[in-house]
Design a protein around this ligand. Structure first.
Ligand code: UDP
Ligand code: MN
Length: 391
């Protein structure tokens, strides 16, 4: 009954030709062929503009001549223009999502190209020194991507995969990552693939004043000595360059991070760390590392032991020798990443221990040449206090 009344009072309710015309978006209203209406008599009537007419017709999906309809149309038009002028979440410096379902962890839209909605003007290159740790990477990449997205940290993951036949060289791979990551990244995270941050209070902030050691000794599941800076370290590009990156002499496991600590100290770069966390060594990180399966390469050959226990003033970012064999972009679950397949080059005259296959065992020290006591970078460890059995 009400609907019928409304139809009767609608000026052109019965004009099916006009209605069809409006639905199809053509702007002519054929008003010259139509009888005068209440709206033409209304003193408030604004002289009809084709744009308004179109707008109102579109909003109401029918022809309009009454003042109430006009006001209604105007209101919808204003709303529409207001909506258009709102900033879109996909605007900004990063590649953002292409729509789709929401990620269950971050609550942000997921999809092939999804990154995050950064509010941060900084961008972090997450550098993962890597070889033969595929299972760990499958867990690490989505975890860290979600973790950083929750903090709205603008980031990109680079997996620096060593593909040559030399011994693993974590430090040189980090140097490669630094040089190959985008210059749009103004800080880097030197990040182990097997260390997953669990406590959301670990903030991967731009380290403006000096390096920030996220995997602090009081939080790392295994290493607890005061000068430890391994696992996860954030440093801004300028500072990394200032110390000439890391030494390239560390083939095999260990000491490259301690040598880097000596560089930072000499450059008067103060390392800061998280404080006041409610979590500790057991529950701040998860260390996915079974030492029987992922064996640490502790072999020493030639004069490696003697050389690598000292500060290196000869090698670093500026002396690095390598080439990138290939570069692959891929996504693990929602985490986009770049894999760099890297061939490191070794100067066998300088670091013959880059390959110990034919010469296992340390060269005995010449008794005429006593051990150098200056520039030693090896930390003094109390095994009970500074080392846990984890991993
Ligand atoms: N790593 C790797 N392949 C190796 C050795 C090391 O990918 O064969 C990388 C990986 O990112 C790992 C990091 O180097 O997390 C540190 O090595 P590892 O876990 O053996 O040292 P830890 O800190 O547990 O003593
Ligand atoms: Mn480990």
């Amino acid at each position: 009954m009400l609907a019928a009344d409304a139809t009767q009072h609608r000026p052109y309710g019965g004009n099916s030709e006009l209605r069809k015309c409006v639905r199809h978006g053509t702007s002519h209203t054929k008003s010259s062929h139509l009888p005068p209406t209440s709206s033409t008599r209304n003193p408030l009537r604004v002289k009809s503009h084709p744009m308004w007419e179109w707008c109102m017709s579109l909003a109401m999906m029918r022809p309009m001549r009454q003042p109430s309809t006009f006001v209604c149309g105007l209101f919808f038009c204003l709303l529409f223009f207001l909506y258009l002028s709102l900033p879109s979440p996909s605007q900004g410096p990063c590649e953002c999502n292409d729509g789709g379902a929401l990620n269950s962890v971050t609550g942000y839209p997921s999809g092939q190209k999804s990154r995050m909605y950064p509010t941060d003007k900084h961008k972090m290159a997450l550098l993962i020194p890597f070889r033969d740790r595929f299972e760990e990477l499958l867990e690490f990449a989505p975890h860290i991507h979600n973790f950083l997205s929750s903090q709205r940290k603008n980031h990109h993951i680079y997996v620096i995969n060593q593909v040559d036949n030399l011994r693993f060289n974590r430090a040189s791979l980090l140097n490669v990552g630094f040089l190959e990551s985008g210059v749009d990244c103004d800080y880097i995270a030197m990040h182990d693939v097997d260390l997953l941050p669990l406590n959301p209070a670990l903030i991967y902030e731009f380290p403006s004043d000096g390096p920030y050691h996220v995997a602090a000794p009081h939080l790392h599941p295994r290493y607890h000595y005061p000068t430890f800076i391994g696992g996860v370290l954030l440093i801004k590009r300028d500072h990394f360059r200032k110390v000439d990156g890391l030494s390239n002499k560390y083939w095999g496991w260990g000491l490259e991070d301690d040598e880097f600590y000596a560089r930072l100290k000499e450059a008067h770069l103060q390392v800061s760390r998280p404080g006041n966390l409610t979590s500790g060594k057991q529950n701040t990180f998860r260390h996915i590392h079974d030492r029987r399966v992922r064996r640490r390469d502790m072999i020493k050959c030639h004069n490696q032991q003697e050389v690598t226990r000292h500060r290196d003033r000869d090698t670093g970012l500026s002396t690095l020798s390598y080439h990138v064999q290939s570069r692959k972009e891929l996504t693990i679950q929602d985490a986009p990443l770049t894999i760099l397949n890297v061939v490191l080059e070794c100067d066998h005259a300088v670091t013959p221990w880059c390959d110990c296959t034919e010469n296992i065992g340390n060269t005995p020290r010449d008794p005429k040449n006593p051990a150098r006591t200056q520039d030693v970078i090896v930390p003094r460890l109390n095994r009970k206090k500074h080392l846990s059995q984890d991993g």
